[in-house]
Design a protein around this ligand. Structure first.
Ligand SMILES: [Zn+2]
Ligand SMILES: [Zn+2]
Length: 274
């Protein structure tokens, strides 16, 4: 049984439901012993705008309120369930300084790093595949993932291979060209990668994020693997844990330990590979 989940949202981002307490209660009721709250960080790359993307991210002024509420719940639930206070922050090239200012003003236990925008468009924009050359988008996405790993801003890289979810299938030869170096760069960076079960929900398929081909490369390179449901409702906390455990077993990964993967505070649970 996987007893931790480091990727959850709540109402502040504008597209998830429930408050922080609902997610923690849902985790505790399922026997999860450590939950990370990690709502979408403000859209910090719109300089000087407080709430640039209301349906996607929380407001800049809401961030300290979120952190304070999460810390309060962390103490409240101490002894019942461990609560880690994190955030999911976008990696936007050229905006590292803005993000590090935001993060140092609001100390967190860990930071998830996500690439949601490639070549100026959302990875979830299905229309892009009508007028883009997929291979170029894939290359650009995985370059951003490598830059995110090298940036030193993040502890865990989120939902890798998400760019492929609505895209035409990526050819095996391109996977063979891109994935090994992505895995090697991440291994060298010290970041962990999460196995994110929104892949099962979004694709209605048998693949989490990252897909198992990339997962094999990450395991070969020795990248620690965490788990994240990417819950946007309290009921989704822990989603797909059984399938992930079966997948890890199939891939030969068995041991997990508290890993010092974060430069920030507490160690987090991770499956050790390599
Ligand atoms: Zn979200
Ligand atoms: Zn998320």
């Amino acid at each position: 049984m996987i007893r931790f989940d480091y990727h959850t949202h709540h109402y502040r981002c504008g597209h998830a439901s429930g408050n922080l307490r609902d997610y923690i209660e849902s985790a505790a009721a399922q026997g999860i012993t450590e939950i990370g709250v990690s709502d979408h960080a403000p859209a910090y790359w719109f300089d000087g705008v407080n709430h640039a993307l209301p349906g996607t991210q929380m407001a800049v002024t809401e961030l300290p309120v979120y952190v304070a509420e999460a810390r309060e719940l962390q103490s409240h639930y101490h002894g019942t369930i461990a609560v880690r206070v994190g955030i999911e922050a976008d990696y936007i090239p050229g905006k590292a300084v803005e993000l590090s200012v935001l993060l140092s003003a609001n100390p967190l236990d860990y930071v998830l790093g996500s690439v949601h925008y490639v070549l100026g468009r959302s990875v979830f924009d299905r229309g892009r595949w009508l007028d883009e050359r997929p291979d170029e988008t894939f290359r650009a996405y995985y370059e951003l993932v490598k830059d995110a790993a090298r940036s030193g801003l993040f502890d865990i890289l989120s939902h890798l291979s998400v760019v492929e979810c609505y895209a035409p299938p990526m050819h095996e030869s391109l996977q063979a060209e891109l994935y090994p170096s992505v895995a090697d760069v991440i291994a060298a960076s010290g970041c962990a990668v999460e196995i994110n079960t929104s892949g099962y929900r979004k694709m209605g398929a048998d693949e989490p994020f990252p897909n198992r081909v990339l997962l094999r490369e990450l395991i070969r390179a020795g990248v620690p693997l965490t788990f994240g449901s990417d819950a946007h409702t309290p009921e989704q906390v822990g989603f797909g844990r059984d399938r992930v455990l079966a997948l890890l077993t199939e891939l030969g990964v068995r041991t997990y330990a508290p890993a010092q993967i974060t430069v920030r505070r507490e160690p987090l649970w991770a499956y050790m590979t390599g």
